[in-house]
Design a protein around this ligand. Structure first.
Ligand SMILES: NC(=O)c1ccc[n+]([C@@H]2O[C@H](COP(=O)([O-])OP(=O)(O)OC[C@H]3O[C@@H](n4cnc5c(N)ncnc54)[C@H](O)[C@@H]3O)[C@@H](O)[C@H]2O)c1
Length: 270
């Protein structure tokens, strides 16, 4: 049941491609909780996805922005601030790897693709924050958030170069979080989410096995996209004002579990 937790808050949500996207669930919940926002995605995703359906449901304006293009980000922020004034929240929910898409093994990666992966999936977070910073677009006590995965800390062989992308992304959150905190009382965090059945998620090799394994290890099971949206909203709300520069695990307990009974049962001989 909606509590109007974000009443009056204004923001930008990146990365809603279709109804499975985590950003889609965040947008739906933000709307239910009283926030207003601009939805944005890369021009090609706007053509291929179903974002207009979401925009209609949530009363949001859609603005195209390829996060590798500085001019696109500046244009987006200008549109958002002309409409709302300074922003309360921004969600970066973006990931893409051409090496993963082409199924290139980690030991035989194409470096042009790797550049692109880091550019889209990680440098874009710095580029976004720098554009917000230079335009002084964040309201005091605002919240900037990106989504990440535990492959930044531990090895998941099929996650490939996205592991390094996420490590870089999380580091940008800490480093820019320092500057945003010190100068503007704005917080910057990453949420490390469970495997989730989305377009980006299921692009990773062996995703089904990956998903089931995490589900069996985690005492609470995998966190759904809907639950992730709830956690995102808590970080946009005024209840988490002093949380910054953190990588926050939202994974049903996966990150701190060594082994579970469910997995033990698979190997027990008696
Ligand atoms: N699905 C999972 O298992 C999982 C787990 C942990 C973290 N995450 C992270 O959650 C975030 C959202 O992914 P998702 O699972 O909702 O999948 P998704 O495929 O729905 O979202 C990824 C989004 O990135 C956008 N994007 C790609 N290139 C872009 C560009 N150049 N400019 C602007 N946008 C671009 C896509 O259009 C898409 O909307 C990603 O950062 C992902 O790594 C996902």
């Amino acid at each position: 049941m909606a509590t109007r937790l974000l009443e009056g808050k204004k923001g930008i949500i990146f990365g809603a491609l279709d109804s499975k996207s985590i950003a889609w669930k965040v947008a739906e919940l933000c709307h239910a909780e009283g926030a207003e926002f601009i939805l944005t995605n890369a021009p090609i995703a706007l053509r291929m996805g179903t974002i207009n359906e979401l925009a209609e449901k949530t009363g949001a304006e859609v603005v195209a922005c390829d996060v590798t293009v500085e001019a696109d980000l500046n244009n987006l922020i200008d549109i958002a601030t002309a409409k709302y004034g300074k922003l309360d929240f921004v969600l970066h929910s973006i990931g893409m790897s051409l090496n993963v898409r082409k199924k290139n093994p980690y030991t035989d990666l194409n470096y042009d693709f790797m550049h692109k992966t880091f550019d889209v999936s990680a440098m874009s977070f710095h580029r976004l924050m720098q554009a917000l910073w230079k335009k002084d677009a964040m309201k005091e006590w605002g919240s900037i958030l990106a989504l990440t995965y535990i492959a930044a800390q531990r090895v998941f062989p099929d996650y490939n170069e996205m592991a390094e992308s996420k490590a870089l992304l999380e580091s940008f959150a800490r480093s820019f979080g320092y500057h945003f905190g010190k100068a503007k009382n704005v917080r910057v965090n990453t949420i490390s989410q469970s495997p989730t059945m989305t377009t980006a998620g299921s692009g990773v090799g062996g995703f089904d096995a990956f998903y089931e394994y995490a589900n069996k290890i985690s005492p609470l099971g995998n966190a759904s996209a809907e639950d992730c949206a709830k956690y995102c909203l808590s970080l946009f709300s005024d209840y988490t004002r002093m949380v910054t520069m953190q990588n926050l695990f939202h994974d049903g307990g996966f990150s701190y579990t060594g082994i579970s009974d469910d997995v033990m049962d698979m190997f027990r001989t008696k």
